[in-house]
Each structure stands twice: as structure tokens, then as C-alpha cells.
Design a binder for this molecule. Structure first.
Ligand code: SF4
Ligand code: SF4
Length: 395
């Protein structure tokens, strides 16, 4: 079995496994299930999990399953997650959020949470309530006392998430990412589509989502992913919006090839489901290649790189997806600058420049053979893009 892959979580100094656990499917299950799932995941190197559920029982089961190995698991614990009025509820009231966060620490039998996640910021009201209210104040206090190691936030709305990232307070964003959601216009609530057939669209890839991922990369804010499989609907012939269902490795690979993404967090309720998710690590490039499914939407993606690397091999071993990704991010950074300063590539965030330079081969190594362009299902002008990358980064 292949080794786990780890990615740095932005500027936090922590590194997370590319496949992690969502805790939701452990809710309502006995301790033995939590123990089996967490044990199977950690045996294969999983070191990050999300825990937003407010109930004491599921929190205690997870705490018990982590006994003796708490320090080997990075926990995303949510601030503002309560069950005051319904099963999963939000509160922005200091007394309630403190009560539920302290119960999280107690149930897990720990004195710290790695990522204190400001929970469910999807609307303007959520943003104002959290960022101008007690929740942020509480998170900052927890960070200052060392009770949380980093502040994060969760959202499903790219426009609000962008504001969250622009606040320069959060170091981690949990966001819903899959190929169907990425084509949904920012103003719709993607969660509505989990109750019926998924989005059926003839629209363009949503620019607000693409801009959000690039902003995160520019600001070195890491992204962890929820809804990677669209609640399983992308795997279903009946519910998928594509001509055919995607597979688990394809969905995981799609999310992991978005800028700034460090880890996909998958809800599992058995050892088998954990192993199915971790099969991603053993999948070869052909198995992970999602372009075979989404290229039915060539019109949607035409000319835009989706970072799938279907165009490889390159004779000079350029990682074309990565070069395109960093060039896109750099270009987006420059677009945010005034017209007279756009030509100054000094405006590219240093982290993006460093990541680009760390690639083994660069845009300037392209010999314009054109073989990638014949293989790209999305008609991306790769040669032109390589030249653009070379100009932007100077190599
Ligand atoms: S150039 Fe085309 S095939 Fe290559 S990574 Fe981009 S979209 Fe995929
Ligand atoms: S055109 Fe450039 S990037 Fe594409 S395969 Fe040839 S050398 Fe590689």
C-alpha cells in the first residue's frame, strides 16, 4: 500500500494528510464504530479530522477512540456549533458557544484543539454576527491562551468565504468543493442540491469559486474540503449531473488539484469506507483522471485549465497542471493591482513564487512540441500558457 501524502497547512507549521476524516457519520453510532473508523484511518497515516457535531455522545466516543493518540490527530473543532434548537444549530451567543466549545474539550479529554473553526459562515448576517460579535472575540482569546493553535472557518458560499479570507484572521478554510458545485453560480445555495438531483446546468464554471481558491493560495490560507463526493450523488448514475458517475478517487483528485487545498475530509462509518477512501493513494493517474467524465462539458471548461494533467507526459517533464495553476494565481494577484502596477510581476505573493520555483521544470523549459495540446480535452493553449508563466515568474 502506498504511503500517505502530507501537505503543509498554510502558515500554521502543521502538516495534514491529503485524505482525512469527516466526523458526521459517527454521529448516532456506538463507540465501537468510532474506534474502528478512527483506528483504520490512523493506521494508514490519516492525521486530520473534522468534528463539528455538537452532541456529547459522539464527541466522547471520538475522544475515547483517540485516547493515547490525541497528539497524532489534528482536530478541526467548531466554534458556534450547537444543538440548541435542532440537531445541528448555530449560535453566535457567547455563553452558548463557550459552553459547547468547553464541552468539546471535556468530551475529547484534551486541553487544546488544533483548528478552532468559526462555524458555517454562509450569509452576510453570519459574517457580521461572527466577525463583529462574540464568536471572533472568543476565538481570538482561545488562540491567545493557546487553547486553539489556529483559527479557521467553514463556509459553503464563495462570496462570503472570500470576505472571511480577506479578513486576514483565518489560517484555514473548510469549503465544499466538487466539480458540480464548482459550476454552480455563487448566489445559489449548493446545499439545496443535496436533497434532489444535483445541479443540471449549462452554465460556465463559476468564476467566484475559482477566484476564492486562488485568493487562498495567494494568502497562504489552507483549504480543507467537505462535500467532496456531493453527499455520494456524484457517484450515482441517477443523481450525477454528468453523463456518467465519477469515482471516489476522481472526486478526491479533483478537490486535491484545486489551489490551496490540503486535505479532503470524508465521512466514513466503517473500516471498509475508510479503506475505499484511502484507495486514492494506490490509484494510478488513469484512475484519478476526472477529465474523462467532466470533458463532456468541454464547452464549459473550454480554454480553462482544470489542473487534471490529462495532457501528460511532457517530454521535458513539466508538471503542466502545476505551472498553469501557479500562473493563474499569479495573474489573478496582478489583476487585483492597479493597471499601472500590473506589469510588475513583483506583485506576485512570495509564497506563490516560491512554490512555482520549487517545481522541477518551469514554463521556460517548454520546447513547444505541442503534444500536450493534442491531449488536453479542454483546448487549453498550453504553449502560450507556458510562455506566460515564464514571463510572470522569470523562468
Ligand atoms: S492543460 Fe488541459 S489536460 Fe493539461 S492540466 Fe490543464 S486542463 Fe488538464
Ligand atoms: S508543448 Fe511544452 S508543455 Fe506541452 S508537452 Fe511540449 S514541452 Fe511539454
Amino acid at each position: 500500500m502506498s504511503e500517505m501524502i502530507y501537505r503543509p497547512v498554510g502558515k500554521t507549521g502543521m502538516s495534514a494528510s491529503v485524505v482525512g476524516l469527516g466526523g458526521e457519520h459517527l454521529d448516532g453510532k456506538p463507540f465501537e464504530t468510532a474506534d474502528e473508523v478512527i483506528g483504520a484511518a490512523m493506521d494508514r497515516g490519516v492525521n486530520i479530522m473534522d468534528l463539528f457535531m455538537p452532541g456529547d455522545t459522539v464527541r466522547s466516543n471520538i475522544g475515547r477512540a483517540l485516547r493515547g493518540k490525541r497528539d497524532k490527530m489534528l482536530i478541526q473543532g467548531h466554534i458556534c456549533s450547537t444543538d440548541i434548537n435542532e440537531q445541528y444549530d448555530r449560535s453566535r451567543d457567547r455563553k452558548s458557544i463557550q459552553k459547547y466549545f468547553e464541552s468539546l474539550l471535556r468530551c475529547l479529554d484534551t486541553d487544546y484543539i488544533d483548528f478552532g473553526m468559526l462555524f458555517f459562515i454562509d450569509s452576510e448576517k453570519d459574517y457580521t454576527d461572527v466577525f463583529e460579535g462574540a464568536a471572533l472575540e472568543y476565538a481570538l482569546e482561545l488562540k491567545q491562551k493557546g487553547v486553539i493553535r489556529a483559527i479557521g472557518a467553514s463556509s459553503h458560499n464563495p462570496l462570503i468565504a472570500k470576505r472571511v479570507v480577506e479578513s486576514d484572521v483565518v489560517e484555514l478554510l473548510m469549503f465544499s468543493i466538487n466539480p458540480a458545485f464548482d459550476m454552480a453560480p455563487a448566489e445559489i445555495n449548493v446545499l439545496d442540491y443535496l436533497d434532489e438531483k444535483m445541479i443540471d446546468y449549462e452554465k460556465n464554471m463559476d468564476p467566484d469559486r475559482a477566484a476564492l481558491y486562488r485568493l487562498c493560495e495567494q494568502k497562504d490560507v489552507a483549504v480543507t474540503v467537505m462535500k467532496t463526493l456531493g453527499a455520494g450523488k456524484l457517484l450515482s448514475p441517477r443523481y450525477t449531473p454528468f453523463a456518467e458517475p465519477l469515482t471516489v478517487p476522481q472526486c478526491i483528485h479533483y478537490a486535491l488539484t484545486r489551489p490551496a487545498v490540503v486535505s479532503v475530509l470524508l465521512g466514513c462509518s466503517s473500516r471498509e469506507e475508510v479503506l475505499e477512501a484511502l484507495r486514492y493513494l494506490d490509484a494510478d493517474e488513469a484512475e484519478k483522471d476526472y477529465s474523462a467524465v467532466i470533458d463532456k462539458y468541454q464547452g464549459v471548461f473550454k480554454g480553462s485549465c482544470v489542473y487534471c494533467n490529462h495532457c501528460l507526459p511532457c517530454p521535458v517533464e513539466i508538471n503542466i497542471a502545476e505551472v498553469n495553476k501557479f500562473a493563474d494565481i499569479a495573474e489573478a494577484s496582478l489583476e487585483r493591482r492597479s493597471p499601472e502596477r500590473r506589469s510588475q510581476s513583483a506583485g506576485i505573493p512570495p509564497g506563490v513564487r516560491t512554490h512555482y520555483k520549487a517545481l522541477g521544470k518551469h514554463g521556460s523549459d517548454c520546447i513547444s512540441c505541442g503534444s500536450c495540446e493534442t491531449r488536453c480535452p479542454f483546448s487549453v493553449p498550453v504553449i502560450k500558457n507556458m510562455k506566460k508563466a515564464a514571463e510572470l515568474f522569470g523562468c
